[in-house]
Design a protein around this ligand. Sequence first.
Ligand code: GLC
Length: 448
Amino acid sequence: MTNQSSLSRRRLLQVAGATAASASLVPQTADAQDAAEGRPTTSTTEDRERRLKWWREARFGMFIHFGLYSVLGRHEWAMEEEGIPVAEYELLAKQFNPKPDAARAWVKLAKAAGMKYVVMTTKHHEGFCLFDTTTTNYCAWKQAAGRDLIAEFVEAVRAEGLRLGFYYSLMDWHHPDGVRCRGDDSARRRFVDYVHGQVRELCTNYGKVDVLWYDYNWPLSAEQWEAAKLNRMVRALQPDILINNRSGIPEDFQTPEQHIQAYDGPWEACMTTNDSWGYQRTDDNWKSPKTIVRNLLGCARDQGNYLLNIGPAADGSIPPPAVYILGAVGKWMAEHGDLVHKADLCQVKHSTFAQFTRQGNTLYIHAYFWPGETLSVGGLRQKVLSARLYATNQPVAFDQQRFRVRFTGLPASAPDPIATVLAVECAGEPTQDQNAIRIERRREGVNI
Ligand code: GLC
């Protein structure tokens, strides 16, 4: 849907004097209509592609959940899950004062891990703003920290040359109208103005912002949030920005959470490194570096991005296991990053021990469970022309039959403990037909 059609509809609405919106909680403007019908506020497909270019090449980003919940160290949902009274929770703002160089360390770690962008919580569901704002006193600037933590983050991201993303929760457990807005139109008006005002500040006070990552639009509909109007304002202030789908309007990309799911359009899977977004002191369910690389490759193969979270402690320090894990991922990415950032859509996916990526006619087999001296792939339809170990360029012998190609003479144990990569040059774009193996593999002459 282009601007043209929404403009003509807007004109139509004006001409028709579509003012009789009385029963609804929102004025029936063209923007409200767009929000109600879930129409993206992008001007054209070409414009979206232009804005998405860096993001598609980036593939790997860091998510940071940081807020008053970091003081409690029991997950970012503690306030609601434990039923903590608002007045009691507010006191955390009197303690929250992270060390000044915290953001630098996060962003340096992201860069070393091969990540190209960082998205940080500016306000989570708890309602506490890490940025300086004229809209409330419940912000880091006016509480114990006495600093604009978002300004520090922005500076760190720029210093490392990464792209900048702001997470912003629409749901707010602290604002007096955060729930009242459901059935009371003057409360809704106040709350929507508050939210729009904060988003305006975020899009005005920090220079160029690359991503706006909304979350959790409870309790209002996109129409009631006036999300189309909001996003048009964002685009006017930040013409290159990418907006996710969680304001209730699809906008620029989809956001599968804690699982990898390919969509036709742009998508980004967000995931925790352990089981919690915000700092949870005793959550020890850490993903291994190998699992993270597997997930990242799974996204790259299907042209998605991977946004991996860290939840720093209240002083801003990163939990040591996360530092170790991202360090190990970074070591692998230093050698193999191109295979992620420059991956084409890859149709080959079946293996019990490897992920696949593709660049042109070359198939990359990333073996995370090393099978030993022989590595086989079933159902590859193209003729293999050559094969080599990616890290060393050492040629690899192979023999190819109808349903199987075997790579032989390989080291008995995994050369790379995370994933060892074979680069396999094929006569055409590599594709796989697993079904043919099941159906067409010969059974003639087999005795039962
Ligand atoms: C969910 C959670 C939230 C987290 C987000 C990340 O919406 O409510 O805590 O920030 O997922 O995608």
